[in-house]
Design a protein around this ligand. Sequence first.
Ligand code: FES
Ligand SMILES: [Fe+2]
Length: 396
Amino acid sequence: MLKNFWYAVEFADRVTNKPARVTVLGQHLAIYRTPSGKVVALSDLCVHRGAALSGGWLKDDCVVCPYHGWQYQPDGQCVKIPAQPDRPVPRKARVDSYPAQERYGFVWVYLGDLPEEERPPIPVWPEFDDLVENGGRFRAVTGEFLWNANYERILENGCDIAHAPFVHAGAFGNPEKPEVPEYELEQPDEWSAFATVDLYPPAPRGIWGRFARMRGQDLNNRPPVTTSAGWMLPNMIKLHVRLPLGDLIIYDTNIPIDETHTLVKWVALRTFFTGKWADKNAIQRTLKIFYEDAEVVDKVRPELLPFDLGAELHIRSDLIAVQYRRRRQELAEKGWLLSDDDKITGDVPRRTATVIPSPARRENPELARAWVHKARGEHPTVAAAELMGPSDEEIK
Ligand code: FES
Ligand SMILES: [Fe+2]
């Protein structure tokens, strides 16, 4: 799993002034919206006794821990300890706070510690400037789907053109036409890659088919459907199908809950049947595809994508997946893979949790030693910790 990227973690309209938990990259986050509407993402782990801040509530801009009422402001600093109101709040009393913003109907959280100018950008989803409700062309529906699979297996599935005739034979895959035309990789930037091919899906069914017949289309003699599929780092898929009816574009953001569970939150945009009446059908069609994929992908072994490119056999149509694996390798070499350094103390069994260092740790070097939840590598050994223990004076 890759840190140092922006992750779309939740639909924006679900983030309210009631703190809620989301889990991304094995880390729990408490997310909420301040009274002025700003979104906040904190490590969901109170440094006092480890309670979940997502079970708390708001006091002005601060979240109140449900256990002993400590109050943390949006930058993660604790500003009030009700049990000792007359003593200063220790500097160590803070949690990681992650940059958060809203875009395309999602809340995006930056899970890493890089300064702003070094962060990869949030990908551009241009169709969101062209929505029907703003007088544009695209009608959007959204949904989610939980997989028992690693997000990279799902990512590769999403841009895998050769699987459609087999996994989606009843939908858009055509078992009579399993050939994948040769394609060139399109790489508009260093964070994404796309493949575009002409496909011959079977005749449309349901309202799509009825409409096509009404328009007098000859369903037995149809033109090819130009289809683009690709990945956008760290975890997204974009599918663009140019149907005779109009354009269908799906963005999947494959949220890694942990290494083997993935929550996909998706948006499907269409330029045809743009009335609300067709939304339910659009959602059902998308979900059907996920069910078909999950039947296969949830059972793929090994669960995690191999690092060794020679561990699985690649053919020409796998070019886009191979490019993903190469790109991931480059990022691994830069140290962007999540590691044990992003987990906190493991000095007794079942005492680990993931807390990815946030930018404030770099911005305040003088605080580097103040953090209670240090990365594992920075922790003293058990023996040293026993010896060191806090002195009575140190207990604030
Ligand atoms: S555990 Fe949060 S205030 Fe005590
Ligand atoms: Fe699929």
